[in-house]
Design a protein around this ligand. Structure first.
Ligand code: TMP
Length: 235
């Protein structure tokens, strides 16, 4: 099989396949923060995130969400439909935390009556600035109709995953999604869903996500292993 590296990201490498519409994502043992300013090798993280993300995308596909996920190929690899990524980080918040708490001067842990969707412009040179729907239009990132679809899909995905994580005894605090256009112009959920791009708290308020790395709270792989084990127990 023809296989060439077409993109090397912070957490994944992307390879071409014989099929122009299909790529292989290889999950790496690397943790970064502050736009890559802090970067560390974390042995075993790639396998854990590939397993967790494959598990979750499988559930989303089964629930009828249009995603790029085809199948898990190996410990660190998965087969994905190729998309043109929309340079938009779509964040949904159920509970105040992180940059939301900083920006608005509110404590972490307040349940939001209505989950809040935020947009960030995915641009490393600009440090991914916070933007609104009118900036999305100005930057020509997506049409108003496509943005409305993305927002509605994000809320639907939240309903599904909040419920899934509730079954593991974890609270889905917030998460970041990325979407892309497939060859027919359809919007698919892309990238990954793992504790790298969501926050998960247990009943005691322990962090089971990348905040363990960001805030130096202990072993990242220990908590990711726990998340995977809890998901695998879900009926
Ligand atoms: P924030 O509170 O730092 O804005 O993060 C909100 C959520 O988005 C959190 O679950 C982590 C995730 N996230 C990413 O996946 N990538 C990023 O670059 C950022 C800033 C946040």
């Amino acid at each position: 099989m023809k296989r060439e590296l077409i993109y090397s990201g912070k957490a994944k490498d992307i390879y071409s396949t014989d099929d122009d519409n299909v790529i292989i994502s290889v999950y790496k043992d690397q943790a970064t923060m502050l736009n890559g300013a802090r970067k560390e090798e974390v042995k075993g993280k790639g396998i854990l995130n590939n397993r967790i993300s494959s598990f979750i995308f499988d559930k989303l596909n089964a629930a009828g969400v249009a995603t790029h996920f085809i199948e898990q190929l190996s410990d660190t690899e998965q087969l994905n439909k190729k998309v043109d990524i929309i340079p938009l980080e779509v964040v949904l918040r159920n509970i105040t935390a992180g940059s939301f708490s900083k920006r608005f001067g509110v404590e972490e842990g307040i349940e939001l009556a209505t989950p809040i969707v935020e947009f960030y412009y995915k641009n490393d040179d600009l440090d991914d600035p916070f933007i609104n729907d009118e900036h999305v239009a100005f930057l020509d990132l997506a049409s108003a109709e496509d943005l409305a679809y993305i927002k509605a899909e994000t809320r639907k995905i939240n309903d599904l995953l909040k419920d899934l994580f509730a079954q593991t005894g974890l609270r889905l605090v917030d998460f970041k999604l990325e979407f892309g256009y497939d060859k027919d112009g359809h919007i698919l959920l892309a990238d990954e869903f793992s504790p790298d791009n969501c926050r998960l708290w247990d009943a005691e308020g322990n962090h089971l996500d990348k905040d363990v790395f960001r805030r130096n709270l202990g072993s990242l792989t220990d908590v990711y292993e726990l998340v995977l084990a809890k998901l695998q127990e879900v009926k």
